[in-house]
Design a protein around this ligand. Structure first.
Ligand code: Q46
Ligand code: ZN
Ligand code: ZN
Length: 313
């Protein structure tokens, strides 16, 4: 197997591109795909202060690495979710990565700062763990970006992630989610711009990128993911991709080009109705935001009268 670009021995084949690459040209391809995603969807301006949500996994460490290589001013943010050994190990990976490079990593620890961890909090609030976790992550990412003065929040979602989420949303016709499933969500009061620069790269490519760049990442999946519907959707799409390379790409980018805007008016109307959470200041359709309500239920706290919970200023 030879590199399609330079004919040196190849280290990876990418069937949807019908091409093979040596290490140098593969790393270049990864950077070029990120550059293209950023440009096509106007994700990041050169002067933006960028915050990368870092989990210690391959995708988030790779996207941080690529953005810094491309010259962006990018800091990392690690959230401690209190998911036992998995959180301990993933936190160590994220810290070691940042420390080795002298890059700035912000940290927020959910148990220390909000009094609950994901497994117990989810149980108390009668939510599935990934629902409580997703809600908490969104809230804490937004808050950290807001208070740190960052213009844009980057997540490491790759093509496999986005195609699987889209597949699930289409199977259940979750039209409100379809309206939000974009590689860029523009900034709004209280929310930073949110971007996914890895949408043109797959899971296997991100793992190869980390190996070739000597990036140590946590290989284990979160233990709470077992039974998660998205894993099933990924398997189903992988089976289709194996017989028809390029299908995931066409499914996701075809949706963005030809269907996504059909679902955005409903989301825009919903956002008009947002007000400010009386306790934490986050945008919310109700009086208290979903995260503050989760905190109350997860910590078994009596809901605090809004006037007492209001933040100064
Ligand atoms: S960390 Fe959280 Fe994921 Fe674990 S509990 Fe689910 S959402 S699976 S990316
Ligand atoms: Zn080559
Ligand atoms: Zn709140």
């Amino acid at each position: 197997m030879k590199c399609t670009v330079c004919k040196a021995p190849a280290v990876i084949d990418i069937r949807r591109h019908n091409a093979n690459f040596c290490a140098e040209h593969f790393l270049r391809l990864c950077r070029d795909q990120v550059v293209k995603a950023i440009k096509d969807f106007t994700m990041i301006e050169p002067s933006d202060r960028v915050l990368v949500a870092v989990s210690g996994g391959k995708d988030s460490l790779a996207v941080w690495d690529i953005l810094v290589e491309l010259g962006y001013q990018a800091d990392g943010l690690y959230l401690g979710l209190g998911i036992g050994d998995y959180s301990d190990a993933s936190g160590e990976m994220a810290r070691a990565f940042a420390h080795d490079r002298g890059w700035k990593l912000l940290e927020v620890d959910l148990p220390t700062e909000h009094g609950f961890d994901i497994p117990t909090g989810a149980k108390a609030a009668r939510r599935v763990p990934c629902s409580a976790c997703g809600l908490s992550k969104r809230h804490l990412f937004d808050e950290a970006a807001r208070t740190g003065g960052y213009d844009v929040l980057v997540t490491g979602h790759n093509l496999d992630d986005e195609a699987a989420v889209l597949f699930g949303n289409v199977l259940h016709w979750q039209t409100d989610y379809l309206g939000r499933q974009l590689p860029v969500l523009p900034a709004r009061p209280g929310f930073p711009r949110k971007v996914k620069p890895l949408v043109r790269l797959g899971e296997r490519e991100m793992a190869a990128y980390c190996v070739l760049r000597g990036i140590d990442y946590i290989v284990e999946e979160c233990p709470m993911a077992a039974g998660n519907r998205h894993l099933g959707y990924k398997d189903a799409l992988n089976a289709i991709e194996a017989v028809s390379p390029g299908t995931k790409h066409d499914f996701y980018f075809g949706f963005l080009a030809r269907a996504s805007e059909l679902f955005t008016p409903a989301v825009a109307a919903e956002q008009e109705l947002l007000q400010v959470c009386a306790r934490c200041g986050a945008p919310t359709p109700g009086e208290l935001c979903a995260f503050c309500r989760l905190v109350d239920r997860a910590t078994d706290r009596e809901p605090v009268p809004v006037s007492l919970g209001r933040r100064p200023g």
